[in-house]
Unconditional design. Structure first.
Length: 277
């Protein structure tokens, strides 16, 4: 015969109301773990840094970050490379970035005007563009490299959102070659992709950043010709600290490091013109 549960020695293990002491013990055990997890998470967040940067900084930023982490070994740094215009649009939609390094100071200025920054804009470099090719001697041919019958495609960054693409377009217009070469142009999403098109042979030449042409792999495979700076508008490059970084001391530390001799020497080595301190 089944006994009545009211008189049976039966307890539902999930009925915490019948075991207030057990509930309290569990709470006491869990609370320190939760608090510890929150402290660790907050500590990690305060020492983590997300940088978005124009892709002309690919090699220079790698070295800068490595040197910075040598001085601040507990810092976690994530670097995302791309086109300045695309990053600008993402930041206006509250993307979770801490510092924005733009290839055109225009974009940080717009973010600052919109109240999306916690610092003034800092000019960190002036960029330069070059004609690069693995199949032609650009050093002797210069602009004529682009007119060669063997050059079927010329890679540039998309001028709609990449400052280096805009300057490449300005250069072609300045030398009256834009219409003549329009059919040869292939567009990279950013200047790093345009350089890859030229390096891989997808394009036989490219109008790319000097900072990328100076990398070891591109110097070993091809040659470049430096485009005179008066042939296009200056590539004034600026960075700015974003609102998300408000309570992160490491962001300010990285900003200050960018003004150090060590960081400036790296930028100089990759062909950037440095502003006066």
């Amino acid at each position: 015969m089944i006994k009545n549960r009211d008189t049976c020695n039966y307890t539902n293990p999930m009925n915490f109301n019948s075991h207030p002491n057990k509930v309290m013990k569990i709470y006491i055990l869990i609370l320190p773990l939760v608090l510890c997890s929150l402290i660790v998470s907050a500590d990690y967040e305060s020492k983590s840094l997300t940088i978005v940067a124009a892709s002309d900084l690919k090699y220079a930023m790698d070295e800068i970050v490595d040197n910075f982490k040598f001085n601040y070994p507990d810092t976690e740094i994530k670097v995302i490379l791309g086109s300045s215009g695309n990053f600008y649009r993402q930041i206006t939609k509250e993307a979770p970035f801490d510092i924005f390094f733009s290839a055109d100071i225009f974009y940080p200025e717009q973010l600052h005007a919109a109240g999306l920054t916690i610092s003034n804009i800092k000019l960190y470099a002036i960029g330069r563009i070059v004609i690069w090719s693995s199949s032609a001697d650009t050093r002797s041919l210069a602009i004529d490299t682009l007119k060669l019958d063997s050059v079927h495609r010329i890679a540039i960054a998309n001028p709609k959102h990449a400052p280096y693409g805009k300057r490449a377009q300005e250069f072609l217009e300045h030398v009256n070659l834009m219409k003549e070469l329009q059919g040869k142009l292939v567009y990279g999403e950013n200047i790093s992709q345009a350089a890859h098109f030229a390096y891989s042979g997808t394009a036989q030449a490219g109008i790319i950043a000097l900072s990328l042409a100076l990398s070891q792999q591109m110097q070993e495979k091809g040659s470049y010709w430096l485009i005179p700076e008066e042939f296009h508008k200056p590539l004034e490059q600026g960075f700015v600290l974003l609102k998300r970084a408000k309570n992160k001391p490491v962001v300010q530390q990285f900003s200050e490091y960018m003004a150090s001799k060590e960081a400036r020497d790296i930028l100089d080595r990759y062909g950037f013109t440095l502003p006066a301190k």
